[in-house]
Write a protein that binds this ligand. Structure first.
Ligand code: SF4
Length: 254
């Protein structure tokens, strides 16, 4: 299955209908995914424990890449609408994550003051106060809960030892609902988080956390594990409909 890894610390801009011209920042190695999950649908592919180079970029390398690219784009008169921490794994694993967030926000204010800064995180590092504080500083902390049921998360997200959905939900309460929840729905013989029981439990978590927005989506590229099926837009909308009726802000990305 064709999956891919980002080669640069700063990549793009990529044009997106939803967020406009977007720059990505990858704080993980170029040669391998580094993550506390190993989701069956991950676009970066599976964890390659034998990969020879797992070195994270240093703080200096990140600083140089961010300042250099921002200055280059500004000098060329190219605007940026959004800056997203994404890439080859979980960005909060970088030991300099809080400093990098401050650097990025200061650089955004200097060169692209209207750009929105987002971090895509699997929410597994919320037990660290400095990570929560850094995530609260960005415009869009986008935090993942795919499954409300631990046994299903074990199969779908293949988390590090000790992961618990209930514990993650408790930690997410530190945001007082001021975050975006992202949820991937998939079907198939490997895992199906669209069953009535799974969706009921997931909707109850949304009600408990009351995020300001929920991003509901399904696979759009090849997956590292075979047998993962896309959930179409109509089924995503149906999964969300009770929450929409209750006034929740649900964005369907099909
Ligand atoms: S959390 Fe994201 S980067 Fe990590 S394995 Fe899952 S999809 Fe991939």
């Amino acid at each position: 299955m064709a999956t891919f890894l980002w080669n640069d610390i700063v990549f793009g801009p990529i044009h997106s209908r939803r967020v406009g011209r977007s720059l990505g920042i990858n704080l993980l190695p170029r040669e391998a995914k580094v993550c506390t999950f190993d989701c069956v649908y991950c676009e970066c592919g599976g964890l390659r424990l034998g990969a020879s180079n797992h070195r994270l970029p240093t703080l200096d390398e990140v600083r140089e890449a961010v300042l250099g690219r921002f200055a280059e784009l500004a000098a060329a008169g190219q605007g940026i609408d959004s800056i997203s921490f994404t890439g080859n794994g979980e960005p909060t694993l970088h030991p300099g994550f809080p400093e990098i967030i401050e650097l990025t926000l200061a650089s955004r204010d200097r060169w692209f003051p209207r750009a929105v800064v987002s971090v895509f995180s699997n929410a597994t590092r919320l037990d660290r106060p400095e990570i929560v504080e850094a995530l609260k500083r960005v415009d869009n902390p986008i935090l993942k809960i795919d499954c409300a049921l631990d046994d299903m998360a074990e199969v779908m997200n293949r988390p590090h030892k000790g992961y618990s959905v209930a514990r993650t939900v408790e930690l997410m309460k530190a945001f007082d609902g001021n975050f975006v929840m992202q949820t991937m729905l998939v079907k198939g013989p490997v895992v199906d988080n669209t069953t009535p029981a799974a969706l009921d439990a997931w909707r109850n978590i949304v009600r408990e956390l009351h995020p300001r927005e929920v991003m509901l989506y399904s696979v759009s590229r090849d997956t590292p594990v075979a047998g993962i099926e896309k959930v179409d837009a109509a089924a995503l909308a149906q999964a969300a409909s009770p929450l929409v009726a209750e006034g929740f802000n649900i964005q369907i990305n099909a």
